[in-house]
Design a binder for this molecule. Structure first.
Ligand code: NDP
Length: 517
């Protein structure tokens, strides 16, 4: 039933009340790599917060699977420690811990040993009998990616992947999904030998962020922006995903991946797709993902010989001193790229994407810069222009939106100043109201809603766009690797890159130097 209440402010509108209330079917959540960092910091804390909110089924169990020497009790203690440090809702704030702890089990495996999966099957049957979880099973691959095909194959051989009319089997696959197009295609094939695409949930946790989903509501539940959302009014779009931290202890993965694989192939291209896509006719997984795929297909690929024109690559100056990194490594920790979406809506509107490690701030934002007014009746000094309007979408932190526009400065004459009209989540909805991305995505997968997960064709199209950039960087046309100081916004070259187009980077959600109303 649709709640059509339209009074405002503060009312819930167009909410499918039944979807919100829908508790997933009874099931078992099986995590491979359960002794690892992701399980500790994100997966179990998210499941616990869902339990506290009453959003998990009554008949529910978690089986942690890994090689480490743990048993049910030590696994429960480890999980509790992770929840105490990382969960949005803590055990002392919610009475769910005792029941939740009783639903946790640990199963030790050798990932490539069929006997381990036979024993897992036996355990799942036992849990189904004890807990009444109805043989519904959600597997989560949270191991190093090399193990994904091994585990998937073993699940297939053990008969654990096959759904029946009465029960479902699903699998969530963590990123990175492949190392390039060829390996992503291969991994898709390996998974499809065992699981049907409808059972597969490729996770990009960016899509679970409230602010990213709000892009859909903002664009498609408001009439005023759509007429402006095209090349006639928009000058260009900037998407920034900046990390303040450096490498940390991720050298093993990161030094072979670099910023393009780590950030652009997934998060940045997803944000671009959501910003640029056409309105889907309905809100469902197929319609939404079809529109995103159309955007990816319309992006003009950067050819290897064009990387000098359309990309900047850089490394923070102390990267080569990090533990586990070779002193000669050329792995970029920062990149800026310019893309075009060749369709009617976006023809010739540049999308500037940048991302890096060890930058000045941790921010994710999208800035839409509009065109200058076509004719200005107010006299300006020669060579001066009024600043254009900018719509800034702050995805994190200080989640909210800002619209920059010109106003008259009170008093004599006609002087103007840029001001900022803002909406801040925290102000309107209160503190700590944004559920974590993993909470949302795990719940969606438990409910069988794949809208916010990446489909196989999306993954492959994204790789097809970044592969030629990586090839260009490895070849004779590679731009010189620039270096930047930690705590800055990247190398000076990145400013030259955008200034060459007569533009500049926007900061603070497009509010560079703007006073607040
Ligand atoms: P970890 O490196 O902590 O590994 C998870 C578990 O996998 C380990 O505890 C280990 O358990 C098992 N494992 C099996 N073989 C190996 C091996 N050769 N080397 C290391 N561990 C092995 O990974 P994370 O938990 O950090 O991440 C899991 C997956 O999620 C990865 O694919 C990662 O890329 C992805 N991811 C992680 C994020 C994070 O914040 N951590 C964010 C986004 C994605 P045991 O030895 O007990 O079997």
């Amino acid at each position: 039933m649709i709640d059509t209440i339209s009074a405002y402010p503060g009312e819930t509108r167009f909410v499918e009340q039944e979807v919100l209330r829908k508790i997933p079917d009874p099931c078992v959540f099986v995590i491979f790599g359960a002794s690892g960092d992701l399980t500790h910091r994100k997966l179990m804390p998210s499941l616990f917060s869902l339990a506290c909110e009453g959003l998990l089924p009554e008949k529910f169990a978690v089986v942690g699977v890994a090689r480490s020497e743990l048993d049910d009790d030590s696994f429960r203690q480890k999980v509790k420690a992770g929840i105490e440090s990382h969960s949005r809702l803590k055990p002392d704030e919610c009475s769910a811990w005792d029941d939740f702890a009783q639903s946790l089990f640990y199963h030790r495996v050798n990932y490539d040993d069929p006997a381990s999966y036979k024993a897992l099957k036996k355990l799942l049957t036992k849990i189904d009998k004890q807990q009444g979880t109805s043989c519904n099973c959600l597997f989560y691959l949270s191991t190093p990616p090399l193990l994904y095909p091994v585990i998937v194959g073993q699940l297939g051989n053990a008969g654990l992947a096959q759904p029946s009319e009465q029960n479902w089997r699903r699998i969530i696959v963590e990123k990175p999904f492949g190392h390039n197009l060829a390996t992503a295609v291969e991994l898709n094939q390996q998974i499809h030998e065992v699981f049907d695409e409808s059972q597969v949930y490729r996770i990009d946790h960016y899509l679970g962020k409230e602010t990213v989903q709000n892009l859909l509501v903002f664009r498609f539940a408001n009439a005023i922006f759509e007429p402006l959302w095209n090349r006639n009014y928009i000058d260009h779009v900037q998407i920034t995903v900046a990390e303040e931290v450096g490498l940390g202890n991720r050298a093993g993965y990161y030094d072979t991946a670099g910023v393009i694989r780590d950030m652009f192939q997934n998060h940045l291209l997803q944000l671009l797709s959501l910003t640029a896509m056409e309105p889907p006719a309905e809100f469902n997984a197929t319609a939404l993902r079809d529109e995103k795929v159309k955007v990816l297909k319309a992006i003009r690929p950067i050819k290897p010989e064009e990387v000098g024109t359309y990309t900047v690559r850089a490394q923070y100056r102390t990267y080569r001193d990090e533990e586990g990194v070779s002193t000669l490594t050329e792995t970029p920790t920062f990149a800026a790229i310019k893309l075009f979406v060749d369709n009617w809506r976006w023809r010739n509107v540049p999308f500037y994407l940048r991302s890096g490690k060890a930058l000045a701030n941790k921010v994710t934002e999208i800035s839409i810069q509009f065109r200058h007014v076509p004719h200005l009746m107010f006299p300006l000094q020669p060579g001066k222009q009024l600043p254009p309007n900018v719509l800034g979408l702050c995805l994190q932190p200080n989640e909210g939106m800002h619209l920059r526009f010109e106003t008259k400065i009170p008093g004599a004459g006609m002087r103007s100043q840029s001001v900022d009209m803002s909406f801040l989540y925290e102000q309107d909805f209160g503190k700590n109201t944004l559920p974590g991305a993993y909470e949302r995505l795990i719940l969606d997968a438990l409910q069988g809603d794949a809208s916010l997960f990446t489909r196989s064709d999306e993954i492959e199209l994204a790789w097809a766009l970044v592969d030629p950039i990586l090839a260009g960087w490895a070849g004779q046309h590679a731009p010189v690797l620039a270096f930047y100081e930690s705590g800055t916004w990247g190398p000076g070259k990145t400013d030259e890159f955008i200034q060459a187009d007569g533009r500049k980077w926007l900061y603070g959600c497009g509010r560079n130097g703007v006073s607040s109303t």
